[in-house]
Design a protein around this ligand. Structure first.
Ligand code: PLP
Length: 437
């Protein structure tokens, strides 16, 4: 009650906005995952590692635009790049040099990407990548991971919410999901069994589970997945919408030394600008999109869209990736800060005698109030010892100037410009909370 009272006191304008929003936006929000109790905070501006709400409160942001802002909010060089390109147009609708330059850069930076196409979102990139894999293999089945999130595209919108038994949405006919099979993360046996039983076009996998709680692969899991995909002639699709450019400039492929056949991007690929996504891979596979080589629609895999390859995204994405390639030291620094953070939080849990565990790699961090360390999303929920601690912690953090998503899962995505200071702030506030508990 004390926390809620404090929240009401600090966020009166957000409350009023939420009341207005509730009349015109379902649930009063633009995206359901941005909703939290008793009402969401409405943010009006951001800079660096901070955001400011409509009541003038400032927060250290650990959500960073759903993990988009790898160099913090609105880096100066990105803003400059946009200003320059806006003088030339917002959306040209023709082929443009910016897309060619960016595609060339990406094929140099991302392992195994010989050709690439741009999309408007991570969801779309997954949709087209899966269609392409099905076209290439001439197979229908797709294997995904329980709790894996690839956006709202029908064929991948399955087994996201624990216990993975209910449909993920109304209006999604079962038939659309008849060829989608979900297996637990870090479970080689389950994957092998599935690949033996079905003719699988693609395994779609986040190399580190993001929205599922920042769960890292263990015991060479990704290498085993790669081996099994080869063995069964299925394509391996890495959904790098979160891990891409985050774990390393070359993403999870570079970080873990495992190559996928197709890679899917979103978020950071647009350099912080909205409507960004891409998918790419081996030329031999990507060429199936080529309508000149395959004039018959039935033979090629369609991809397109009004805004794809728009100059704003191409220029901001390119500026971002160029910067990241030049500043690899930032990754090393972040690796150190956040692995120390994970170690310190684990120690804190031991010292306060509260069962909690950290997961993730680099700047993907999960904190789980479970009886042991979870290695897949099923365990994240089955091993929980409290129904509400995550929500109480979320409210506690909000009242102390720390913001992240989601309310029921501690899932942090700090940028490469978050420092020891922000890590310390989170740790100390968490220590206060655990001690109070
Ligand atoms: N794939 C992953 C791993 C994601 O985390 C997300 C979004 O959070 C998506 C796909 C969907 O991307 P978008 O929201 O841009 O459609």
């Amino acid at each position: 009650k004390e926390l809620v009272d404090k929240y009401f006191e600090k966020t009166a304008k957000s409350k009023r906005l939420f009341e207005r929003a509730s009349k015109v936006l379902p649930a009063g929000v633009t995206y359901s995952i941005r909703w939290f109790k008793p009402y969401p905070i409405f943010i009006e501006k951001a800079e660096g590692v901070r955001v400011w709400d409509v009541d003038g409160n400032s927060y250290v942001d650990f959500w960073m635009g759903h993990g988009t802002h790898i160099l913090g909010h609105k880096p100066e060089f990105v803003i400059e790049a946009v200003k320059e390109v806006l003088n030339k147009g917002t959306h040209l609708g023709y082929e443009n040099p910016y897309a060619v330059e960016y595609a060339e850069l990406l094929t140099k930076v991302v392992p195994g990407v010989e050709m690439i196409r741009f999309t408007n979102s991570g969801t779309e990139a997954n949709m087209y990548a899966l269609r392409l894999a099905r076209a290439y293999t001439k197979r229908k089945y797709v294997v995904k991971i329980e709790g894996g999130w690839h956006g709202g595209y029908d064929a991948l919108h399955k087994a996201v919410t624990y216990p993975f038994t209910e449909p993920e949405s109304a209006g999604l006919p079962e038939e659309y999901l008849a060829y989608t099979i979900a297996v637990p993360f870090n479970d080689v046996e389950a994957l092998e069994k599935t690949l033996k039983s079905y003719s699988v076009a693609a395994i779609v996998i986040e190399p580190v589970l993001g929205a599922g709680g920042s769960i890292e692969p263990v015991n060479n899991y990704l290498k085993e997945v790669r081996r099994l995909a080869y063995e069964h002639n299925s394509l391996l699709i890495f959904d790098e919408v979160i891990t891409g450019f985050r774990l390393a400039p070359g993403g999870a492929q570079e970080y873990f030394g495992v190559k996928a056949d197709l890679v899917v991007f979103g978020k950071i690929v647009g350099g912080g600008f909205a409507g960004a996504g891409a998918f790419g891979g081996r030329a031999e596979v990507m060429e199936l999109i080529d309508h000149m080589k395959y004039p018959s629609p039935a033979k090629r895999s369609f991809h397109g869209g009004t805004f794809v390859g728009n100059p704003v995204n191409m220029v901001t994405g390119k500026a971002m990736v160029e910067y990241l390639v030049k500043h690899r030291d930032l990754y090393e620094k972040a690796e150190r800060i956040w692995s120390n953070f994970r170690r310190d939080v684990t120690k804190l849990c031991e010292e306060t005698n509260i069962q909690c565990w950290t997961t993730g790699v680099a700047t993907m961090i999960g904190i789980h109030f479970t009886t042991s360390k979870p290695k897949n999303v099923r365990e994240v929920y089955e091993l929980r010892w409290s129904k509400s601690i995550e929500q109480v912690l979320h409210l506690y953090m909000r009242t102390r100037g720390i913001l992240y998503m989601k309310e029921n899962l501690v899932h942090l995505l700090p940028s490469l410009i978050h420092t020891e200071e922000e890590a310390k702030l989170f740790k100390e506030t968490l220590a206060e909370f655990l001690t109070t508990l």
